[in-house]
Design a protein around this ligand. Structure first.
Ligand code: PMP
Ligand code: GLN
Length: 448
């Protein structure tokens, strides 16, 4: 066949950081702090709900359910988000279930973006926004979060990365169809403040732009920070699609249950995309997630709520990783949310020297060196920038801290030779057992 087999929309979107680094991690790593998923179990109540769904008497849970969302799930999502947003939501028209947040994003770009439309993306950004906008025929327009120097003697916080209001305003034009907001932000862990959200909201209203609000980490906020939903700001409900994920909410990334919440004038077009592509999502997983939300709705704000307990546990893991990173000479940027932490690796340039004029950003070469030589997997920050900006902040790597703490410490220390584990054979033994079990379990299906 001499004519190209590949459609034009696939040009330039064939490389993918997860394909590359998941493979590297499966081949070389003993500790995988790269791809974002927890290595600890989801809550018992959720596992029990799934068991009941697949082995209980309701055999129809093995069959298709309502295309736009299993009724018990859309009902409880409408109830919960109705309460959070302070408005009545119709489960049938204001909520749609998707195959993870990925499909929710894909539906949004396909449903709203035409050739010639511009979509504003805040850098650093979850990598799939860029190819998804391009595949829809749109043009991504990037605006950076710029770091401010921290106070003398203090570590930087994700809050120190801020938008320049004039620069943001300059990106809006007649062609702007939408902005993608991701708060809490992957990879920095930044939780946008009310003032920052108001700035974005005012520009959306002024330019009649939509807001695709990726809030998959909405429950993972630390240090008493508040996650504010941009859809709750004046003029925003009508122009915002909220995107969520059970994967991040309940630590079940493999279930691939996501959702969209928004006004019917927007969701009707997402339903058109959904009915002409995926059509159904897995019934049993939706049923279990519905029961999980039902439980959380009843325990909302109480100490035994999972949404209270999970961030508390993760904040401890964050702090442990911060200590370990500081001990080995990296400079962590303290995240206010998510389970990711970005660290400055400039101090390592003597050990892993930079190659002048290389096409590959320094952080990418460093992350490859680290996984191959030290068995520790992390993701280069440049993966979260567009092609032209990959060298703007190229001495940072992202760690996922939703992991077993033994693994983090044990692997980070030998990295710098700062401490030997010889003296703690019991701990090392435990750690080796843990990670070899983990690897046995994961490498078989993640190596592709
Ligand atoms: N958005 C962000 C910011 C993410 O980090 C991820 C990865 N979990 C997704 C969307 C996709 O989520 P899901 O696994 O539910 O498809
Ligand atoms: N969202 C997760 C991360 O940022 C997983 C991404 C993926 O596997 N495609 O690590």
């Amino acid at each position: 066949m001499s004519r190209p087999v590949q459609a034009r929309r696939l040009e330039g979107v064939d490389k993918n950081i997860w394909v590359e680094f998941v493979k590297l991690a499966a081949t070389y790593s003993t500790v995988n702090l790269g791809q974002g998923f927890p290595d600890f179990p989801p809550p018992e109540f959720l596992k029990e709900a799934f068991s009941r769904a697949v082995s209980g008497e309701k055999h129809m849970l093995h069959q298709y359910t309502r295309a736009f969302g299993h009724p018990p799930l859309v009902k409880i999502l409408a109830q919960l988000f109705g309460k959070l947003l302070g408005r009545d939501l119709d489960p049938m028209t204001n909520v749609m279930v998707t195959v993870g947040a990925y499909q929710a994003l894909f539906c949004c770009f396909q449903a709203f973006i035409d050739e010639g439309d511009e979509v504003i993306i805040i850098e650093p950004f979850f990598d799939c926004y860029e190819p998804m906008v391009k595949m829809a025929g749109g043009t991504p327009v990037y605006v950076p979060l710029r770091p401010k120097a921290p106070k003398e003697g203090k570590l930087m916080s994700s809050a120190d990365w801020q938008l320049d209001p004039a620069e943001l305003a300059s990106k809006f034009s007649e062609q702007t169809k939408a902005i993608v907001l991701n708060s809490p932000n992957n990879p920095l862990g930044k939780v946008f403040s009310r003032g920052e959200l108001e700035l974005i909201a005012d520009l959306c209203v002024k330019h009649d732009a939509l807001c695709i609000s990726d809030e998959v980490y909405e429950w993972l906020v630390y240090d008493g920070k508040e996650h504010i939903r941009i859809a709750s700001l004046p003029g925003m409900w009508d122009r915002t699609v909220i995107i969520g994920s059970a994967g991040k909410t309940f630590n079940v990334t493999g279930w691939k249950v996501g959702w969209t919440v928004g006004p019917n004038r927007l969701l009707q077009h997402l339903r058109t995309m959904h009915q002409n592509s995926v059509y159904h999502c897995a019934t049993a997983a939706q049923d279990a997630v519905a029961q999980g939300f039902q439980r959380e709705f009843e325990h909302y704000g109480k100490p035994d709520s999972y949404f209270v307990q999970l961030p508390r546990e993760l904040q401890q893991k964050r702090d442990q990783l911060v200590q370990s990173l500081v001990a080995v000479g990296m400079k962590p940027i303290i995240p206010e949310g998510t389970y990711f932490l970005v660290a400055d690796i400039s101090e390592f340039k003597s050990e892993v020297p930079d190659v002048p004029n290389s096409d590959e950003p320094y952080d990418s070469r460093f992350a490859k060196w680290m996984v191959k030589n030290k068995g520790l997997a992390a993701i280069p920050l440049s993966a979260f920038y567009c092609g032209a900006h990959k060298n703007n902040y190229n001495s940072f790597i992202r760690f996922c801290f939703a992991k077993h703490p033994l693994g983090c410490k044990a692997k980070l220390w030998p990295l710098m030779g700062a401490c030997s584990w010889e003296g703690e054979p019991g701990l090392l033994g435990q750690w080796k057992q843990h990670w070899s079990r983990w690897l046995l379990h994961h490498s078989s299906f993640q190596a592709g």
